[in-house]
Write a protein that binds this ligand. Structure first.
Ligand SMILES: Cc1cc2nc3c(=O)[nH]c(=O)nc-3n(C[C@H](O)[C@H](O)[C@H](O)COP(=O)(O)O)c2cc1C
Length: 172
């Protein structure tokens, strides 16, 4: 099975244990790299062409506006998923669902017949409506039950990751 691990992640300011701090690597990026290493899959970063603000409040404001407008922003790079059987899709929960660049990635790709495995890092909301949103955007894909990882546990989620990947036949 040829697998692509695609991820969106935002470095810059974020909340950790109730405090805003500046982080160099986003939580989802840390988890996605672990998954790519475990599964031996190719890694692709879903990135908005125009970077999001580093300041947390500005970023949230823009994310809310984009979600309300159902924006599908231009991506820094597009990825043809034709050659893959499965996509492990990693993203943070932004305002109850995926960031809009992930919507754009799914809407523009040819996902019919592919398997999608959602992984969502978050601060407590779990996957939110992202599983349903993925199914709506890719009605002809097979969407697995996703894994929620608490953002602050990104460096320390190996056991949960291994169990989820194994359950889904993505790791021996
Ligand atoms: C714009 C924005 C919106 C967010 N909305 C939520 C939310 O609704 N629920 C939640 O649990 N966490 C929310 N978070 C927290 C992130 O999901 C969490 O910190 C995640 O691990 C960040 O991943 P990243 O560092 O890879 O971007 C939000 C963060 C940002 C920046």
């Amino acid at each position: 099975m040829k697998i692509l691990t695609a991820y969106f992640s935002h470095s810059g300011e974020n909340y950790f244990a109730g405090k805003i701090i500046n982080i160099e690597e986003g939580n989802t990026s840390i988890v996605a790299k672990k998954i790519a290493a475990i599964t031996g899959s190719e890694l692709f970063e879903i990135k908005r062409a125009a970077p999001y603000p580093i300041a947390y409040r500005d970023c949230v404001k823009e994310a809310v506006e984009e979600l309300k407008a159902a924006a599908r922003p231009a991506l820094a790079e597009n990825k043809d998923v034709a050659g893959y059987d499965a996509v492990i899709l990693c993203y943070p929960n932004w305002c109850g669902t995926m960031p809009t660049p992930v919507f754009a990635f799914l809407e523009r790709g040819a996902f019919a017949g592919k398997r999608i495995f959602p992984l969502c890092t978050n601060e407590g909301s779990g996957l939110g409506s992202s599983g349903r949103d993925i199914k709506r955007l890719c009605p002809d894909a097979e969407v697995a039950a996703g894994l929620s990882v608490k953002g602050g546990n990104a460096r320390d989620c190996d056991k949960d990751l291994a169990a989820w990947l194994k359950k889904n036949g993505l790791k021996s």
